[in-house]
Ligand binder design. Structure first.
Ligand code: SF4
Length: 470
């Protein structure tokens, strides 16, 4: 038989066990050979509850849509003005997420900066500091302040348009980054003041603060160092979102970036990517609720990231209350990640285009996550920037398309009422009614439904059962 289904000698189908599936067996045997867990790049392999589980309900008879080609639909937003700093101006509510120079090649960093500038949005540095090429290419550059301090330079901080204190990232909250030795070229080693060719494990905790009280001091320090001119962002891997958002607000953050578990990474233990954090959709809902509770919605801006694939995901995030989204992996894919060129080099890595997640190897076939000069030359910055620019423009078009269809003349007017949940799970997470019902599967909805049923029963002369809510 050549249908790929495992069969016994007599042809009967051999059902693999669920616990000891072929993948589990392969995983155990590869760990046995390696003597450690496996690292890889990109993101999680299982499907989380996702924006995919929501659908828009645009205008029909009860509401009036806007004409796609004739009626304007605003997309711009200023973020970070809470404490009077010069805000970051986004022509469209998208930013490019922090990805380190080291994980990414210089051409990739430069191309992202060029594309962001052409579109009128910001891009972000990463572990490894600010690259001159990136600063020159980016009109608006957010400077990450990371626990590792690799490449940290106060002079660069003052050249930035915003500072982002990174407390964690969605792909691996509670752990530091990894840059495998293959990517630590002499230039990268110099930028990070570390030895070349040796695996680098970034620390997880900032050396000068551990909790929210210290972070307040850190924020004040950064404000002082930059004369209060630039907004201070705090980036958090999505875990205990309500507590973290409230603490970051109290510490003085101007912008909060919440990175969900779908977020990507250059290298991380596979098990962390699949088993830590919460999904971006859930994190968005919790973050918005926390800001609302503190009466800081729209005052402290919210950027959400992690698995944002296009303008549709962005539109749903905005409808749930985010001010903007951040893209990392999608920007890399627009650069050329997983494009079916140099296929023989994908094969040498033991993969194929479309399934590659080998960023950690430093042998990226398309020149994005490598420090090898021959591979970097496969990614001319100008052409790569054209592709990212095209993708960003498509995101804006999709955002406007959904907003207009919902009768909104600004993408930031999208709201939860424009959405319905496709699954009970999404309804329970977001509080948005399940399609075909008016019911949101939230604990409070159940309590209310039970109370209403009891009240109706009592009104009809039935006795409420003992212990039922009165
Ligand atoms: S193509 Fe390059 S950037 Fe994309 S997953 Fe493979 S190694 Fe990483």
């Amino acid at each position: 038989m050549s249908d790929g289904i495992p069969r016994g000698r007599d042809g009967h189908v051999l059902n693999p066990l669920w616990v000891w599936s072929p993948e589990t067996i392969e995983d155990i045997q590869s760990k046995a050979e390696l003597g450690r867990y496996t690292n890889r790049g990109l993101g999680m392999t299982k499907r989380p509850p996702h924006f995919e589980d929501l659908t828009f309900v645009p205008c029909t008879l009860s509401r009036v849509p806007l004409e796609g080609y004739r009626e304007a639909c605003a997309t711009s937003i200023e973020i970070g003005g809470r404490h009077g700093a010069k805000p970051v101006r986004l022509s469209t509510p998208v930013t490019i997420a922090g990805m380190s120079y080291g994980a990414l090649s210089r051409n990739a960093k430069q191309a992202l900066g060029m594309a962001a500038t052409r579109v009128g949005i910001s891009t972000t540095t990463g572990d490894g500091g600010m690259l001159d090429l990136e600063r020159e290419a980016s009109d608006q550059l957010v400077y990450q302040v990371l626990p590792s301090r690799y490449g940290f330079n106060p002079h660069h901080l003052r050249m930035a348009n915003a500072a982002e204190i990174v407390v964690g990232q969605g792909a691996k909250p509670g752990t530091g980054g990894v840059l495998l030795g293959a990517k630590v070229s002499p230039i990268i080693a110099e930028a990070r003041t570390l030895p070349p060719g040796v695996d680098q494990r970034s620390p997880v905790r900032h050396p000068d603060f551990v909790g929210p009280d210290d972070m307040q001091i850190k924020i004040e320090e950064l404000r002082e160092a930059t004369d209060g001119q630039i907004p201070i962002y705090v980036k958090i891997g999505a875990c205990r979102v309500p507590d973290d958002v409230k603490l970051a607000c109290k510490a003085g953050a101007d912008v909060i970036v919440i990175d969900g578990m779908e977020g990507g990474t250059g290298a991380s233990p596979d098990s962390l990517m699949n088993h830590t954090g919460i999904p971006t959709m859930a994190a968005t809902v919790e973050a918005v609720a926390a800001l609302r509770e503190m009466k800081l919605e729209g005052v402290v801006n919210l950027i959400v990231s992690g698995g944002i694939r296009n303008g549709v995901d962005a539109a749903k995030a905005l409808a749930l209350g985010a001010d903007a989204v951040s893209i990392g992996t999608a920007a890399m894919i627009a650069l050329n990640c997983n494009r079916p060129i140099y296929v023989e080099d994908y094969e040498k890595l033991g993969t194929v285009p479309g399934a590659c997640h080998h960023c950690h190897t430093g042998l990226c076939p398309v020149g994005i996550t490598t420090q090898d000069e021959d591979l970097i030359a496969r990614l001319p910055s100008d052409e790569a920037a054209d592709r990212v620019e095209g993708f960003l423009n498509s995101m804006t078009q999709e955002l406007q398309m959904f907003a207009r269809a919902c009768g909104k003349n600004a993408v930031h007017d999208l709201e939860p009422e424009d959405l319905r949940s496709m699954t009970i799970e999404a309804s329970a997470i977001t509080g948005i009614p399940l399609v075909g019902t008016t019911f949101a599967f939230r604990p409070e909805s159940f309590a209310q439904a039970v109370a209403e049923a009891m009240a109706a029963a009592t009104a009809n002369g039935h006795k409420a059962p003992q212990g039922a809510p009165q």
